[in-house]
Ligand binder design. Structure first.
Ligand SMILES: [Zn+2]
Ligand SMILES: [Zn+2]
Length: 255
């Protein structure tokens, strides 16, 4: 399987897009503004969206994609997330005030969109591709995702701050080839990182000490626009024993 980065920034501006990954041609992991990279024909081919959490930078494109592509599809787009996250989406986004409830459009029997809740450790298998939520620790209910092709795995942390539970799971993944982990702030904004339950380079360094899979390639996502170079430089200075790379838009991972 192939994973393509559609958006990996903490914000927008110029070419920057917020979090979204395309798995093969039919699955999205988060649906931030990066989804805007896809053509209408490509949007129509998306059958599944796995959401890490309800923050706007990770879900902003879901309302637009169901609206744009729904009537061109013959089955609903399935949105997977934790029960808590789905409740937030229903209550605060698809509530007929911010956006229509596409789980009832054009009718409740054959809607453009449907919800499926998944819990931590519960694996969804789609044509042999295994997708499993892993623990995250953020200001709203959140998960990361473990993607496993059978040959190799990739873990995406989602938005998270320090979290021992993640490393317990990740350290057990024998075929882990790639880890994508957030670092949303630079060290000078550590207070904000703690408050908003994200990571800064010094916190990332403490977390990576708990990471035992030294053969895994580590990539950094969710960098704040305007602080890319600074944050990456601080990561290089703080983290020892490995050199995490900056995740780039349109980067592809083979699994
Ligand atoms: Zn968030
Ligand atoms: Zn975010």
């Amino acid at each position: 399987m192939k994973l393509r980065v559609l958006g990996c920034s903490g914000g927008i501006g110029g070419n920057l897009r917020t979090t979204s990954f395309l798995l093969d041609h039919d699955v999205l992991i988060d649906a931030g503004t990066g989804v805007g990279e896809l053509s209408l024909a490509e949007l129509v081919m998306i059958d599944h969206v796995f959401v890490t959490h309800s923050h706007l930078d990770h879900i902003a494109s879901i309302p637009f994609m169901v609206d744009s592509a729904g009537f061109m599809r013959d089955s609903p787009l399935t949105v997977y997330a934790s029960e808590e996250t789905l409740d937030i989406l229903k209550q605060h986004v698809f509530n007929w005030k911010i956006w229509p409830d596409f789980a009832e459009i054009p009718n409740a029997r054959q809607p453009y969109m449907r919800y499926r809740s998944i819990g931590l450790g519960e694996t969804v298998v789609l044509n042999g591709r295994k997708i499993t939520p892993v623990p995250a620790n953020h200001v709203v209910p959140a998960v990361g995702y473990h993607l496993d092709s059978g040959k190799a795995s990739l873990v995406f942390s989602g938005d998270t701050t320090t979290n021992d539970a993640l490393w317990k799971v990740v350290n057990k993944i024998e075929n882990l080839r790639y880890l994508i982990i957030e670092t949303a702030f630079s060290n000078s904004e550590k207070d904000l990182a703690v408050l908003s339950k994200h990571l800064c380079p010094s916190m990332l360094a403490t977390e990576l000490v708990k990471f035992k899979r030294r053969e895994t390639e580590v990539f950094i996502t969710h960098l704040k626009p305007g602080e890319l170079e600074l944050t990456m430089q601080e990561i290089e200075e703080c983290v020892s024993g490995m050199i995490p790379k900056m995740l780039l838009n349109n980067q592809e991972f083979d699994l």
